[in-house]
Design a binder for this molecule. Structure first.
Ligand code: ACO
Length: 431
């Protein structure tokens, strides 16, 4: 980063402080407040980090006003059309698109790590049969550190590399196992002759009793869903991974923390919540009732799959997802899908409604993804695990970037304390 040439001035009680302004490649300038507390004895207050850059990064850029998403500078629309998931993984991890030889080598490395240690199977069996696959995944991914001792030294770049490849390779296997376990079917081992997305479908939908042929249309749609979810700069789960990693925790533990954070309905859990909402609405004529509920301040109901902290315009991923939904349902011969009809009409009405327009609430990535996943045969409980396995590459790329940065320090926010001031401990009889 070039030395700052601009500064901002902060005046407190008549005393001025010069704060450097850092200029990014894209996006607004950033006021560098690192020395503020030492020099001025004040903190900044920003719950939810709405105005705070928590790190320097070269991986992903979002322009929320334009509705633009770039992975290493490449627009998501171009990648969704021309690239494929493993190529995007390479791009996110290493910063450049691979040559043919690099791609083959990377695919081989990922493919050769898809199996999990056989004892992981026993670990699964400790979970209740009806566990949500996300609950199982948080546990199993965290437990990987107990199985792969040879990739835990975060100060060794080769260990970091092996941990990254392992995680990208094994997450689909673990998500598929969590699914199989939840429906009482045997685990299906990965098949290395299939591509990444096709292999995931195979592990989810094949059974030992009969042959399963991966539908290439579904494999392509799955690959695209994975690409669209691969990274999204410093969102809640990625920041969780970085914060966990900043203490020196091992990468498997950090990714488990990311999965736990992603699960919430305000984040990755929104895809499950959104499809459940669309089903609950059921028919187009009931939409106004739900729009009314979403606008009612006294009703906690929100339109799931709508709104975003950063996008104040269309989420570019939602646009691609909407096209995919049409394509996949059409190719599968599913016409007149009531859920898709409700989704489109809900989107149309909301985009004309003053409440949503004035608050700049647009459909996000989760609005259409559930419709595609349902058409593929996934239950809603698998929507967030699919998000998690797709986002693993983003988490691990961000973690690697952070751990490899010599200026990195433990993440330690401060607070605006508003509790009781000093007081003396009273005797129990006096309380
Ligand atoms: N439906 C109705 N009103 C909404 C919605 C919604 N989906 N989203 C935001 N609003 C309203 C809020 O009530 C608030 O109104 P107010 O200013 O009158 O109080 C205003 O819009 C701003 O909302 P905030 O919650 O302050 O915005 P924030 O940036 O903190 O939250 C979030 C963003 C969590 C995504 C929110 O829009 C939401 O809950 N959406 C539904 C859940 C969802 O789809 N999450 C997925 C996000 S994408 C992802 O993680 C992959």
């Amino acid at each position: 980063m070039a030395a700052p040439t601009k500064t901002a001035t902060l005046t407190i009680d008549g005393k001025s402080y010069e704060l450097p302004l850092l200029s990014p490649t894209l996006g607004p300038d950033v006021v560098d407040i690192r020395k503020l507390y030492a020099e001025a004895d004040v903190f900044t207050y920003d719950p939810g980090f709405t105005s705070t850059a928590s790190c320097e990064s070269t991986i992903t850029y979002i322009d929320g006003d334009k509705g633009e998403l770039l992975y290493r500078g490449y627009p998501i629309e171009q990648l969704a059309e021309k690239s494929h998931y493993l190529e995007v993984c390479y791009l996110l991890l290493y910063g450049e698109l691979p040559t043919q030889t690099q791609m083959v080598d990377f695919e081989t490395r990922v493919t050769r790590h898809t199996m999990v240690h056989e004892q992981v199977h026993n670990f699964f069996r400790g979970f209740r049969r009806d566990s949500h696959p996300m609950a199982t995944m948080v546990g199993v991914v965290g437990a990987l550190s107990a199985f792969y001792h040879d990739s835990l030294d975060i100060n060794d770049p080769w260990h970091r590399e092996v941990a990254a490849i392992r995680m990208i390779a094994k997450l689909p296997t673990i998500a598929a196992m969590a699914y199989k376990y939840s429906i009482g079917q045997p685990f299906v081992y990965p098949k290395n002759s299939l591509d990444y997305a096709g292999n995931f479908l195979h592990m989810c939908f094949s059974v030992p009793a009969e042959d399963y042929v991966v539908n290439p249309i579904l494999a392509k749609a799955m690959d695209r869903i994975m690409m669209l979810h691969a990274d999204h700069e410093q969102n809640a789960s990625t920041s969780t991974v970085r914060l966990a990693g900043s203490s020196g925790a091992n990468p498997f533990a950090c990714i488990a923390a990311g999965i736990a954070c992603l699960w919430g309905p305000a984040h990755g859990g929104a895809n499950q919540a959104c499809l459940e909402m669309l089903r609950e609405i059921g028919t187009v004529d009931r939409i106004p009732e739900y729009i009314k509920k979403a606008k009612d301040k006294d009703d906690p109901f929100r339109l799931m799959g709508f709104g975003h902290r950063v996008y104040k315009n269309f989420d570019p991923r939602a646009k691609v997802m909407k096209e995919s939904a049409d394509e996949v349902l059409g190719l599968l011969g599913i016409h007149n899908n009531e859920t898709l009809k409700v989704a489109k009409e809900l989107e149309r009405i909301a985009l004309e409604d003053d409440y949503f327009v004035s608050k700049k609430l647009y459909p996000n990535v989760d609005f259409y993804s559930g419709i595609i996943l349902e058409a593929m045969g996934f239950p809603t409980s698998m929507f967030t695990p699919i998000f998690a396995l797709s986002r693993t590459v983003g988490w691990i790329s961000q973690w690697k970037e952070m751990v490899g940065d010599p200026t990195q320090r433990i993440g330690r926010p401060r607070q605006l304390y508003v509790g009781a001031a000093h007081r003396n401990y009273p005797d129990v009889a006096a309380r």
